[in-house]
Design a protein around this ligand. Structure first.
Ligand code: S5P
Length: 460
């Protein structure tokens, strides 16, 4: 019955061809109704492949008692090209149903040539509850056209067919979602778990999705090969119940020290851009800063973002006025110089820049994947700065965090602590202007500390 007249492929082969166009996606989707569904259907791509559309039209026509119909009509919009293709293959005249009546002119709802009393085949792409079809059919019937049969490409099996049949309509469906799942399972495209979830959904149960949980700081501490400064950072986080790194992007020594004193009790690390301190002097800028860090138990992280060949980075790290290697527990480095460029940061834990928060950044998927490979392979690297989830073995540091605003008008893009912990499984948030520009930086750091910790706990 299914094998077409022209000896075309089997139903399964045809479906798999359609599936290649991305018409069904499996995962976790929130439907318009707010219900979570394990699959999402959109048949519109079928119209973009002429060969498939033509075959589809023939398969649909093959199922139908064609002599019964005088007209054919697709429910807008997804079924319009399907109905058109069926009309071309069968010579059944097409009529078009508008979504809304025209506001001017004829105010017609149905376009095309038809006569009262003619019987129209209705074409629909997907049927779910059947309620929208029950609204469409009277609009056609009001024009004096009869509707006896509806042909549907995919039945999502949510009672639509039964509802329409109870009102006296005949419903012809090409595929049902259960059948589709079976074909995909046989073909190794769906796991048993996924199929079970779909069956659960179809049975009307609330589907339980596996929540991928992030490891706790305690769990991360169990890693025996952890860099000593990563260990310190995690221990401070647990002790202070904080995952907050304040970014001290201030330009004088006085401001730097004052900010460090104010936010010190609430942070795990203070991040500096030491080269923006206009009155920098090693003895008066750095030595007191080290004392403040000791007093309030936080680490110093110099956001130098090294980006050169290893030999130059070695000089930049240890020499010049800043002598970063003397005092920075953590430093940031690009990985663009490749694996050996990271060999020389002996005293500090390296945080690799894997992805940036700024608009238009060049750190696309491919870059990030390659950067992660370098980071994972290098014993000096304790983690990465990124706006995406990264492998659990690395600590994830996420800047671009702000509770008040979405951007700074200079390309920076912000998320909330809740977003980054839930969606990226961040370990540490980096907050700059949200704290140092606040009227009361001490209070702001406490707010971010609490928001960050609550978001971390909620993501466990
Ligand atoms: O991708 C990045 C990487 C970093 S380290 N985006 C960033 O914003 N940063 C740094 O984080 C940036 O240099 C600045 O010091 C801080 C963010 O500051 P805020 O004022 O925008 O919170």
């Amino acid at each position: 019955m299914w094998k077409s007249k022209k000896g075309m492929e089997t139903k399964k082969d045809f479906f798999l061809e359609c599936y290649q166009l991305g018409i069904i996606k499996f995962g976790r989707f929130t439907l318009k109704s707010g219900i979570e569904s394990p699959f999402y259907v959109d048949l519109r791509p079928l119209a973009s492949d002429p060969k498939i559309l033509k075959h589809l039209a023939n398969y649909l026509l093959d199922m139908l008692p064609l002599d019964n119909f005088d007209l054919i009509c697709g429910v807008p919009y997804a079924a319009l090209p399907m109905a058109t293709a069926m009309s071309l293959e069968s010579y059944l005249p097409l009529i078009i149903k508008r979504k809304e009546a025209k506001a001017y002119g004829t105010k017609k709802l149905i376009e095309g040539l038809y006569q009262k009393g003619q019987n129209c085949l209705l074409v629909e792409d997907v049927i779910t509850s059947g309620k929208s079809l029950l609204e469409t059919i009277p609009e056609i019937e009001n024009e004096g056209i009869t509707v006896s049969d509806i042909v549907v490409v995919l039945d999502r099996e949510k009672g639509g067919r039964q509802l329409l049949e109870s009102k006296g309509y005949r419903v012809h469906t090409l595929f049902t979602i259960s059948e589709v799942c079976q074909m995909l399972q046989e073909d190794g495209k769906l796991t048993d778990d996924e199929v079970e979830r779909i069956q659960d959904f179809l049975a009307g149960n609330v589907v339980k999705f596996e929540e991928k949980k992030r490891p706790s700081y305690e769990k991360k501490l169990e890693n025996e090969t952890l860099h000593s400064n990563a260990k310190k950072l995690l221990e401070i986080a647990i002790e202070k119940k904080s995952n907050l790194i304040a970014s001290a992007d201030v330009i004088t020594t006085k401001e730097l020290h004052e900010l460090a004193e104010k936010v010190g009790p609430n942070i795990v690390a203070l991040k500096t851009h030491i080269d923006i301190i206009t009155d920098f002097d090693y003895d008066t800028t750095i030595i007191p800063l080290i004392d403040i860090a000791k007093k309030h138990n936080f680490l110093l992280m110099e956001d130098r973002k090294f980006a050169d060949i290893g030999s130059t980075q070695e000089l930049q790290y240890s020499y010049g006025v800043y002598k970063i290697s003397n005092w920075a527990d953590l430093i940031t480095s690009q990985v663009i110089g490749g694996y050996p460029s990271l060999d020389f940061f002996h005293n500090s834990g390296v945080i690799a820049i894997l992805g940036m928060s700024s608009e238009g950044t060049l750190t696309d998927n491919h870059y990030r994947e390659e950067a992660i490979k370098v980071a994972l392979a290098h014993p000096n690297v304790i983690g990465g700065v990124a706006q995406n989830e990264i492998p659990e073995e690395l600590l994830l540091f996420t800047p671009g965090v702000n509770l008040e605003t979405k951007g700074d008008g200079k390309g920076q893009q912000y998320n909330t602590p809740e977003y980054v912990f839930r969606n990226l499984h961040t370990d540490f948030i980096i907050v700059g202007r949200g704290i140092y520009k606040a009227e009361n930086p001490e209070q702001a750091s406490l707010n971010y500390k609490i928001a960050g910790w609550n978001a971390y706990e909620a993501s466990l």
